[in-house]
Every structure is written in C-alpha cells, then in structure tokens.
Write a protein that binds this ligand. Structure first.
Ligand code: C5P
Length: 403
C-alpha cells in the first residue's frame, strides 16, 4: 500500500489549539487518495470553523446528533464506512470519555460505533499530559487496542516546554497509512542500504555517482510500514530519514561496508540497493590540491573498493535472504544471473541505465527481478514506492515457500 487510495478516514477534532493542524491533515489525507469524514466537538468549533472542513473534506461535518440527516444516521454511517478513525488533536477530556466508553456528544458517540482501527493523538499542556489520570486513561485505551500516537515535545502554546504538542500533519498521515498496511513483515529484521557512496579526493573534492537514494528509501519505508524492524544504511542523499527506521548515515564505501557487515548478523533480509563506488582515489590528500597554471592535466590513481555485497554473500547464513541491485547499460539478464552466482544472492533486481523515467534520480523505476532458481519477473515502469512493495511481496512469497 503506497497511499490511501479508496480508503475512508474518520477524523475527530476536539477543542485544543492544535485543531488548526487538522486542516492540513484533511488536505494531506485527501491528497493521499482517502475519503474523509470529519466529526468535531463544540470546543473544536471555537478554534476552527466547520466550513473549512466541509470544503476540504467535501463532506458534511458531524457536529450535532440531532441535525436533520434526511433519513440516515450520519454519525453511524461515518463510523460504519471508515477504514480507520483518528482523533487529532485529542484533548484530556475526550481521552477520558473514550476510555470510559462515554457518548455524550456527536464525536464520542460516533467513535463508540467505530469498529475499524482507531488512532488517538493526544495534545495538551505538558502537566495535563503527564497527569496520572490522563496517563491512566491512555493506558486503558492502549489496552483496548487503540493506537496512541505520542505527542512531540517542545514549546507549547501555553508557554510550557515539554511533551504535549500535536505532531506535524505529514507525520500523522504517515502513521495512518502505516496503521492500514498489512503487517506481513512483523517480527522480521530488514537491513537496507541506499544512495551513493562518496570517495574523497581531498578536503573539498570527491568521486561519487548520480544515485538519489529514492529506491532504497522506498524499500526501507515500505518494510517499516509492513511491520518490519528496519535499519537503513545510507550514503549522502537529499531525502528525509524514513519515520520509524533506524537510519545510519555513512559517506564512503568502507564506512558502508563496516555498517552493513556489523548489522548483518541481526538481519533476516538484507537488501543492498546502494550504488557503491567501485573505485576510490588511492590516497586522500589532507590539503586541497592546487591548480598548477602550466599543467592542463592531472592524473588520479584509483583503487578498487571492497565489494560489500560479495562479502555479505560469503558470510550469509542459510536463514538469511540476500538481495542485490544492478544497474546495467547492456546484457541485463546475463549480468544479473552471473551476479547471483558470483555473490551468492537469493535475488537481484536489475534495471537498464539510460531508460527514460527509470533508474537514478527518477521517481519511477522499471526493474526485472531474477531469482536464484533462474526464474525471472518483469516489473513494469511504476512509482518506486510501488516497486518497493512488489519487491517485498516477492521476497515474502519466496521466504514462505522455503520455511
Ligand atoms: O557487480 P555490481 O557492482 O554491478 O553489483 C551491484 C550490486 O553490488 C549492488 O547491489 C551494489 O549495491 C553492490 N555493490 C557492493 N559493493 C560494491 C559495488 C557494488 O555492495 N563495491
């Protein structure tokens, strides 16, 4: 699952100052493809008007149990049709009522009728949030299977500093998508590498490549969404670290080798996506190499880097699944099959470099998957996030077959 296409989200908004963030949240949920129903308390309506949410959600907002609903019971319909229900922000009062199963307004009544997964995003003054009674109610809800999204810590509108701030809307949306993802990787440890490596020449120059890290990051994120414990070892890229993923930043091939090999023992599935530099300058100058005006050439001697994937293939245990990536300019299939043998891989995902909208930097990719047993599957051009999920599906099918 890469977004919220076809999903229906019920968003409850209660009366905290962070209610304004719910405006952006509705926009993000709609952008991710979801249909949104909004329920608001009277206090929430004092912070943000109902019209804003009606326009953004393209649905009537539930505020009153007694409004004319033309024959249907609006709040029960919204509760029945949602795939996930979220309260953001959730006040101490609303949390207390939900924990006790109270239904004394439109929002709490609607939420009591929800059978889909529920997420609560507490947001309040730090002392209120840390109050034993609020914590007790949150524990009760958690025991009932409600997912509690911890508040951020920082400067609060009430001038206190500490936990209680509603997380950013993009983060809440990300966790809603995760809540709806099947957790078919639960209990699995996934180690992924991504991005280029950077091999210094001197303090200001380096040798690297065009890898953006998008494919590796998409795989790490997809695995996390599907319940895996994920470690990502990344070369320098311009991407935000994926939420919920243990991210280790490295620069050189040697640093990536050290990180991957030290984390390898604890991993069930290892996916080496990084575009590791095959060569590095044989020495790194400590001072900047100066331009010499009468010399129009300079020679750089390169030495071979360790092949991390090869080393992992040699160390691999029977119960570990090792995946490589290969960017080729020609002879895709022959090279991929050769690499599976040579590097002792279970699977390789190969793509042709230079194909439009595929490979380095693009948001989309077109790969062919080769398995150890000689089978091969073409994945047509699609978003890298979707490719990531298909690759994980393929790995999971293979693991289930061999276990
Ligand atoms: O043999 P080739 O470099 O084309 O194989 C590509 C695969 O090997 C990729 O998965 C890449 O991450 C990995 N690789 C590596 N260490 C290197 C070079 C490539 O792990 N030094």
């Amino acid at each position: 699952m890469t977004g919220l296409n076809g999903k229906q989200i019920l968003l409850g908004i209660t009366g905290g100052i962070a209610a304004y963030k719910a405006v952006e949240l509705v926009r993000l949920l709609k952008k991710a493809g979801a249909g949104v129903d909004v329920a608001m308390t009277d206090a929430a309506l004092r912070f943000v008007g109902k019209t804003t949410f009606e326009v953004l959600s393209e649905n009537p907002v539930i505020t009153d149990l007694w409004e004319d609903s033309h024959g249907s019971v609006a709040h029960i319909d919204a509760a029945a049709r949602c795939d996930a229900a979220v309260i953001a922000p959730a006040t101490a009062n609303c949390i207390a009522k939900l924990a006790q199963g109270m239904a004394d307004d439109a929002l709490t009544t609607t939420f009591l009728a929800v059978t889909a997964p529920i997420m609560i995003c507490p947001s309040m003054n730090t002392h209120m949030y840390e109050n034993i009674r609020v914590q007790r109610n949150l524990d009760l809800l958690e025991k009932d299977g409600v997912y509690i999204l911890d508040p951020d810590a920082g400067d609060l509108a009430c001038k206190t500093v500490g936990p209680g701030r509603l997380p950013d809307p993009w983060f809440i949306a990300d966790r809603i998508i995760r809540m709806l993802c099947p957790k078919d990787f639960a209990g699995r440890q996934v180690l992924v590498s991504a991005g280029p490596t950077l091999e210094p020449i001197d303090p200001v120059r380096y040798v690297s490549n065009h890898s953006s890290g998008k494919m590796g990051y998409a795989i790490a994120k997809a695995a996390e969404m599907r319940g895996a414990a994920v470690t990502l070892v990344t070369g320098p890229v311009c991407l935000d670290p994926p939420v919920g993923v243990d991210t280790i930043c490295v620069q050189t091939c040697q640093e990536m080798a050290d990180a991957m090999l030290s984390k390898m023992d604890g991993a069930d599935i290892i996916i080496q996506v990084a575009a590791v530099a095959d060569f590095r300058p044989d020495r790194q100058e400590t001072l900047k190499i100066k331009k010499i005006s009468d010399q129009d050439r300079m020679t750089l001697t390169m030495v071979q880097n360790p092949d991390i994937l090869q080393q992992m293939g040699e160390k691999k245990r029977q119960d570990q699944f090792l995946v490589g990536f290969a960017a080729e300019t020609h002879d895709l299939a022959a090279n991929a099959v050769k690499k599976i043998q040579k590097k002792n891989l279970d699977m390789i995902a190969a793509n042709l470099v230079g194909v439009r909208d595929s490979g380095f930097k693009a948001d989309t990719n077109q790969v062919t998957v080769f398995m150890k047993d000689g089978s091969q599957t073409d994945i047509p051009l699609m978003d890298k996030k979707a490719v990531a999920h298909i690759l994980l599906d393929t790995i999971l099918t293979r693991l289930k077959r061999t276990s």
